[in-house]
Design a protein around this ligand. Sequence first.
Ligand SMILES: Nc1ncnc2c1ncn2[C@@H]1O[C@H](COP(=O)(O)OP(=O)(O)OP(=O)(O)O)[C@@H](O)[C@H]1O
Length: 556
Amino acid sequence: MSFVGVAIFIQLLVGIIVGLYFWNMLKNNRNNKVTIEKESKKELEELRKMRSIALSEPLSEMVRPKKMEDVIGQEDGVESLRAALCSANPQHVIIYGPPGVGKTAAARLVLEEAKKMFETPFKQNAVFVEMDATTARFDERSIADPLIGSVHDPIYQGAGAMGQAGIPQPKRGAVSNAHGGVLFLDEIGELHPLQMNKLLKVLEDRKVFFESAYYSEENEKIPLHIHEIFQQGLPADFRLIGATTRKPEEIPPAIRSRCLEIFFKDLETDHLKEVAKRAAEKVKVEIKEEALERIASYTRNGREAVNVVQICVGIIKKQNKNEIEIKDIEWVAESSQLVPKLTPKVPDKPQVGVVNGLAVFGPNSGSLLEIEVSALPTSHAYEGTVKISGIVDEEEINQGAKTIRRKSMANHSVTNVLTMLKSMGVPVHQYDLHINYPGGIPVDGPSAGIAMAAGIFSAIHKIPVRNDVALTGEVSLHGLVKPVGGIIPKIKSAKKAGATKVLIPYDNRQSGINQIDLIEVIPVKRFEEVLDYILTSEYQTIIKTDSYSIKQRKSI
Ligand SMILES: Nc1ncnc2c1ncn2[C@@H]1O[C@H](COP(=O)(O)OP(=O)(O)OP(=O)(O)O)[C@@H](O)[C@H]1O
C-alpha cells in the first residue's frame, strides 16, 4: 500500500472511532434522559398521591387566634405590639413571656393589622416569615445559614452548571425572605452569639453582604444579578419580632437597645377558662362552667388548655357524646400526668418565724414564697449554727457562648442579713438558726433579704409575723432596703395569694404602683420600718422592754 493509502486508512479509522464515540455519547444521553424522565414521572405520581391525602385540620390549628381580640388576657402586651408596628415607622420588637401564652399568635396577627393602617410602609403582600432560633443552625464555613443566607461556592456545588463554570451562588436566608415584611424569630434568646452579631449587622445595613474567594468583579462568566448581589448586597429590610421565655437581662444588650420590649403575662384562671371555652365552641362541643374550671385548675398556659380540650374531644367523640364532662378531664389529667396547680396562699393566722416573701420566675411570673425560720438557743460556746434549706446552692448562668457557675446569691444574702441583725443588737450568735424555703420553688438572688431578716427577728424574739403582709427587698449591711427586680409580678402574686399589704423597696416605687390590683403597696427605706409593718401589735410593747430599744434600732 502506498503512503497515501495508509494515510487515508488511518484517517478513516480515526473518523470511525470519533464517530463511534459521539454516537455512543448521544445514545447514553438519550438513555439517561429517558431514565430521568421515567424517574421524574414516577416521583410526580407519588407526589400527587401524597397531595391527595389530607387529614382534617388539627384542633390546635382551628382554635389558633384569627384576630387580635381572640388573644385572651394580654391586653397590655397586644396594645404595645400594635403601638410598635401599626404606624408609619414600625419598630423592631422583643416579646418576653412564659411559653404558650399567645406571643406567636399575636405576632402573626399584628402584621395583618398593620397592613390596614393608612400610613403603613408594609405593602399588602408583605410576608410574615417565621423561624425558630434553636433550629437556625449555621456551619462555620458559611456553606449553609438559613437565617442570614450563605454563598454556595463552586467547590460545594459539584457538577451543577454554576459549579462547573466556577460561579459562586448566593442563597437567601430568612432575613431576605422577610424583606418588606416581618421576621418572627422565636426563642431569640437561644440564638448563637455569632449569628446574633450577624443579625445586628443586617438590622443596621438593611441588606446582607456576602463574601466568596471565588468571586471576582472581572469574571465575565458570573451573571449580572450575582455581580449586583456581591457589590450592593441582598435586600433584607424587615421588622424583627423576637420572642423569648428568658428574662430581659439574659438577652444581649445590643439587640435589646434596638428593639421595643413588650411583656406577655401568665394567663389567669379566667383567661384559661375562656381559651378552653372558645376551643370547645370552635369544634361545636358543649362544656359547662365546672368543667372549664377543672381544665383551668390543671393547666398553666393557653396551649395546655387547648390540648386538654383536644384530647377530651377525641374521647367524647368515640363515645358518641357531645359534651366534655369533668370525668373526661380527670381521665385526661391522669393519663397525661397533669398535676393540679397549687396557688400559694398566705397563712390563716400570724405565726412566729413564718414570713411571706415574694419570688419572680422568667420574665414576668411572680409567686408568694414562704420563708420559715426556727431559732433555738445554742449549746455552742461562742456562736450558734446557721442552716439554710430549699435554695439553689449553685447556679449556672448562660451568657451566650460562655457559661458562668456561681455560688448561690441567697446563701450570701443570709450572711449579710446576719451581720445587719448583729449590728442592730439582735443576739443572733446565741441561737442555732434554720432558715427553710418550703415548696420546692428554686430560690436565688438576694431579694428575699428583708423577709429573711424579719423571719429571724421574729423567731428569736418569739413575736408572730402578720400573715396578711408580703414583702420583697434586698437588705444592706447597714439596714437599707435595696431595690429588686420583677416588682409588678411580685405585687400581683401577693394579691393573688391573699395578702392585703405588700412592702417594697422605696427605690422600686413607680407611678401607678399603689393601685395595682387594689392591694396596699408600701415603699420602705430601712429595715426598722419593715418591722413596724409586719410584726403584730405585741411587738411594740415587747420590743421596748427588750435588751435594745427602738431608738437604738433607728440609729443603725
Ligand atoms: N392568650 C391566648 N389567647 C388565646 N389563645 C391562646 C393564648 N395563649 C395561647 N393560646 C393557644 O395556644 C396556642 C399556642 O400559643 P402561642 O404559640 O401563641 O404561644 P407562645 O407564647 O408563642 O408560646 P411558645 O413560646 O411556646 O412558642 C395558640 O395557637 C392558641 O390556640
